[in-house]
Design a protein around this ligand. Structure first.
Ligand SMILES: CCCCCCCCCCCCCCCCC(=O)SCCNC(=O)CCNC(=O)[C@H](O)C(C)(C)COP(=O)(O)OP(=O)(O)OC[C@H]1O[C@@H](n2cnc3c(N)ncnc32)[C@H](O)[C@@H]1OP(=O)(O)O
Ligand SMILES: CCCCCCCC/C=C\CCCCCCCC(=O)OC[C@@H](O)COP(=O)(O)O
Length: 276
């Protein structure tokens, strides 16, 4: 008899808990699927608009893409508080670096995307159905992260194109999505590119999404993302020998801003910030 009571009482507590877990998990995954479906749908709608307006693969399509992607935030209750937009007002090309937390970053990217700006992306994105097509039409540059030598030669060609076509290039120097509440060490490609093209670097920092988007906690509600565009960092006169210093300087500056925007106390990590 005692055993039955124990079973009933445990069920009384366990069933709502399991249901809550299932439903919040369901809600999280449902919202993620909904986000991907919206990206696929909007890309499928934007692709003909790009083709009809600009004919094919060109950075001019980014204007259409960013306008369309900017509508996404209303569906997901995400808002952006942007500071420092004036720092994008520079003549000519530059390398823009920013932190990368999740696929939701596409909204933050398109919210402030300056004119004539293409992104560097992993080549797998090319195969993401209509999203792959829209990235192709927008002029996104694909790299194979597993082959450093290929990535380097593509980046060298990009350095030339930046100058000849007056392009800004957006790179996520962490090289992958990172929702840990800190920045990963930076890869060096962005800094080589800036030096090769002899163009300035503009760091952009997005506050942590973890308060409203957290994969570990199955959390995806609405919230505000603080964005800060920092003043440009000049690279003129720097050489290959300065790459590590430059990388560390940018990482440290962005990390400080990231902690400030995320309302977290700054923690010095006391180790090299460059990916080895
Ligand atoms: C309409 C609705 C649409 C809805 C959908 C929305 C679509 C919107 C469209 C926008 C699309 C945006 C897409 C964004 C996608 C974001 C991503 O895919 S992030 C992942 C891909 N990006 C990156 O990986 C960029 C950052 N990575 C690097 O820069 C890397 O350095 C690397 C070039 C990939 C090389 O990788 P790895 O070998 O792992 O890196 P390192 O440790 O840094 O370098 C090793 C070694 O090589 C030297 N080196 C690196 N780069 C160069 C270079 N360019 N030239 C010369 N040498 C280089 C480096 O110095 C290291 O040597 P060392 O001796 O140790 O110093
Ligand atoms: C017919 C084929 C159908 C394919 C279906 C593909 C489903 C995907 C659909 C929509 C995805 C929308 C994502 C928007 C663009 C996201 C860009 C992005 O954030 O890429 C991640 C990349 O930065 C780093 O990747 P990793 O963290 O290293 O991994």
């Amino acid at each position: 008899m005692d055993l039955w009571w124990l079973l009933w009482i445990s069920l009384l507590f366990l069933v709502p808990f399991i249901l809550m877990e299932i439903s919040s998990g369901f809600k999280f995954h449902f919202k993620l699927v909904y986000y991907c479906a919206m990206c696929l749908l909007l890309s499928a709608l934007a692709a003909p608009m790009c083709l009809l307006t600009n004919g094919g693969r060109t950075v001019n399509n980014m204007r259409i893409i960013s306008r369309v992607v900017r509508t996404l935030k209303y569906f997901f209750g995400v808002r952006f508080e942007v500071k420092g937009l004036e720092n994008f007002q520079i003549d000519g090309p530059c390398v823009i670096i920013s932190n990368h937390q999740s696929i939701l970053d596409m909204m933050g990217l398109m919210e402030i995307l300056p004119d004539r700006c293409v992104q560097i992306a992993k080549k797998e994105l090319m195969y993401a159905g209509s999203v792959g097509l829209i990235t192709y039409l927008g002029g996104v540059i694909y790299i194979n992260r597993k082959r450093t030598s290929d990535a380097k030669s593509i980046m060298a060609a990009v350095a030339q194109a930046m100058i000849s076509d007056n392009l800004k290039v957006w790179i996520y120097p962490e090289g992958t999505r990172n929702n840990s509440g800190d920045l990963l060490p930076f890869k060096k490609g962005a800094f080589h590119l800036a030096l090769q093209a002899q163009v300035p670097i503009i760091p952009v920092v997005y506050s942590s999404l973890t308060s409203f988007y957290n994969q570990k906690k199955n959390l995806f509600t609405g919230g505000t993302v603080k964005v800060e565009i920092l003043p440009k960092i000049d690279t003129s006169g720097l050489t290959e020998n300065d790459i590590t210093d430059l990388t560390e300087r940018c990482h440290q500056t962005m990390r400080q801003v990231f902690f400030r925007l995320s309302n977290k106390p700054y923690e010095s990590n006391g180790q090299s910030n460059c990916a080895q």
